[in-house]
Design a binder for this molecule. Structure first.
Ligand SMILES: Nc1ncnc2c1ncn2[C@@H]1O[C@H](COP(=O)(O)OP(=O)(O)OP(=O)(O)O)[C@@H](O)[C@H]1O
Ligand SMILES: [Mg+2]
Length: 382
C-alpha cells in the first residue's frame, strides 16, 4: 500500500491500478490465510480444554462418589474437594492461555532484540581523530569496491582531485560515478585501496569530522518535509536569516521562493514533492552554499534545470567552486568543459584523464562521447 501511494504517479501513468489492486489482494489473502490458521488453532484448543476439563471433573465425581458410597470418605470432604476443583478450573484455563500469549509476545520481542542487537554499520569502536582539511586534495589509490559480493563496481580506481580545482567525472550511466562520491562520504567502505584527503586516510578519521568538511548535492534531490527555510538551514543549523537568504540568492532560488505566497515558510511536502525538480535542485544547492565546506561534491546538480536556470546556477556554482575542491559529475559538455581535469569513468575504471583539449586530442573515449553530443547538437540546430 505504501509503495502504491508513494509511486501513485507511476501507477496512474502506466495504468497499473488493477495490477496493484491484484497484488494487494494477493497479499491481503495471504495475511488472511495466516490469521485464519492462527484463529483456527486458538479456537480448537478452547473446546478441547473445556472437554478435557469436563471429563476430569466427571472422573473425579465418579471416583469420589465411589469413595463416599464405600464409606471411606465423608460426604463433606467430597463437596469441599469438588468446590476446590471447580474454583481451580478457571485459573488453570487462564494459565493455559498465558502460555499462548507469552509465546506470541516472545516472538515479537525476539524481532525487536534482533534489531537492537544488529551491529551498527558505522561503528567507531575507538574515538577516531578528527580530519583536518587544509587544502582539500582528494586522492584515490587503487580503490576497489563492491556493493554485493562478487559484483565489482569499482576496479583499482586511482586519481587525484587537486586542491581548489574542479575535477569532473564523466562516463556512461552505471559506470560508478556516484559510487565514487558515496565512498568519499564514507557511506560505504572500499574493499581495498585507500582514499585520502590532504594525505590523511579518511578511514582512520572520524566520519563526523569528514562529513563536516563536505557539501554534497546528491543525484536524488532529497528534501525533508517542512518549510523551505528549514530545508536550507540544514546546511548550517545556526545560520542567521541574512546568511541563508544570501545562500538562496547565490543558488538562484530566492526569486522563485519569494514568488510563493508564504515565501520561505512554504511547505515543501513529503520528499519535497510539492516543488518542481529544478526548484528542489536549487534548494539543495542553496543548502550546500550555506554549508560553506572546503570540499564540494556535485552529482549532476543542474540535470533538472532548464537551459536558462542552468546557466544561472552554473554561474553561481562557478563562484562557489573557486576556492574549493570540487568533484563534479556531469553529462552536459558545457559543464564538463569548464573543469580543470576530466576523468572518464567506464565500467568501474578510470579509462582516461586530462583536460578537455588533451582528451579531445587523444581521440579516445572522451572524444567519442564529445562527438556524440556535438552531433546531436548539430542535428538539433539543423
Ligand atoms: N546501493 C546500491 N546497491 C547495490 N548496487 C548499487 C547501489 N548503487 C549503485 N549500484 C550499482 O553500482 C553500479 C554503479 O552505480 P553508480 O550509481 O555509481 O553509477 P553512475 O555512474 O553514477 O550512473 P548514473 O550516471 O546513471 O548516475 C551500477 O551497476 C549500480 O547498479
Ligand atoms: Mg550517478
Amino acid at each position: 500500500m505504501q509503495e502504491t501511494v508513494q509511486g501513485i504517479r507511476a501507477v496512474k501513468s502506466y495504468n497499473l491500478e488493477d495490477r496493484m489492486r491484484t497484488r494487494m489482494d494477493e497479499n491481503i489473502r495471504d495475511l488472511e490465510a495466516g490469521l485464519n490458521t492462527r484463529a483456527r488453532v486458538v479456537s480448537r484448543t478452547g473446546p478441547l480444554m473445556e472437554t478435557l476439563g469436563g471429563m476430569a471433573v466427571g472422573l473425579f465425581v465418579i471416583y469420589a462418589g465411589f469413595s463416599v458410597l464405600n464409606g471411606a470418605k465423608m460426604p463433606g470432604e467430597f463437596f469441599s474437594a469438588i468446590t476446590a476443583l471447580l474454583l481451580a478450573y478457571e485459573p488453570a484455563k487462564r494459565l493455559a492461555r498465558l502460555n499462548l500469549d507469552l509465546a506470541a509476545n516472545l516472538t515479537l520481542s525476539r524481532f525487536l532484540f534482533d534489531i537492537l542487537d544488529s551491529a551498527p554499520m558505522e561503528a567507531e569502536p575507538i574515538a577516531m581523530p578528527a580530519l583536518k582539511v587544509t587544502r582539500g586534495e582528494i586522492e584515490f589509490r587503487d580503490v576497489s569496491f563492491e556493493y554485493r559480493a562478487g559484483e565489482t563496481v569499482l576496479r583499482n580506481v586511482s586519481f587525484t582531485a587537486e586542491a581548489q580545482r574542479t575535477t569532473a567525472l564523466v562516463g556512461t550511466s552505471g559506470g560508478g560515478k556516484s559510487t565514487v562520491m558515496n565512498l568519499i562520504e564514507r557511506f560505504y567502505e572500499p574493499s581495498s585501496g585507500t582514499i585520502s584527503i590532504d594525505s590523511q586516510d579518511i578511514a582512520a578519521h572520524s566520519r563526523h569530522s569528514l562529513r563536516d568538511q563536505i557539501a554534497y548535492v546528491s543525484q536524488d534531490l532529497f528534501l525533508f518535509s517542512g518549510t523551505i527555510r528549514e530545508n536550507i538551514r540544514l546546511g548550517k543549523p545556526g545560520a542567521t536569516d541574512e546568511e541563508f537568504i544570501a545562500a538562496a540568492k547565490a543558488a538562484h532560488a530566492h526569486d522563485f521562493i519569494m514568488g510563493f505566497e508564504n515565501g520561505y515558510d512554504t511547505q515543501v511536502g513529503e520528499h519535497g514533492a510539492q516543488l518542481s525538480g529544478g526548484q528542489r535542485a536549487r534548494i539543495s544547492i542553496a543548502r550546500a552554499f550555506l554549508k560553506n565546506a572546503p570540499i564540494l561534491l556535485l552529482d549532476e546538480p543542474t540535470a533538472a534545470l532548464d537551459a536558462e536556470s542552468e546557466k544561472e546556477v552554473q554561474r553561481a556554482l562557478d563562484d562557489l567552486r573557486k576556492s574549493r575542491t570540487t568533484l563534479l559529475i556531469a553529462h552536459r559538455l558545457q559543464t564538463v568543459m569548464s573543469a580543470d581535469k576530466i576523468c572518464v569513468v567506464d565500467d568501474g575504471s578510470i579509462v582516461e584523464t586530462g583536460t578537455h583539449q588533451e582528451l579531445l586530442a587523444r581521440r579516445g573515449r572522451y572524444h567519442a562521447f564529445y562527438r556524440l553530443q556535438f552531433d546531436d547538437r548539430n542535428v538539433v540546430n539543423g
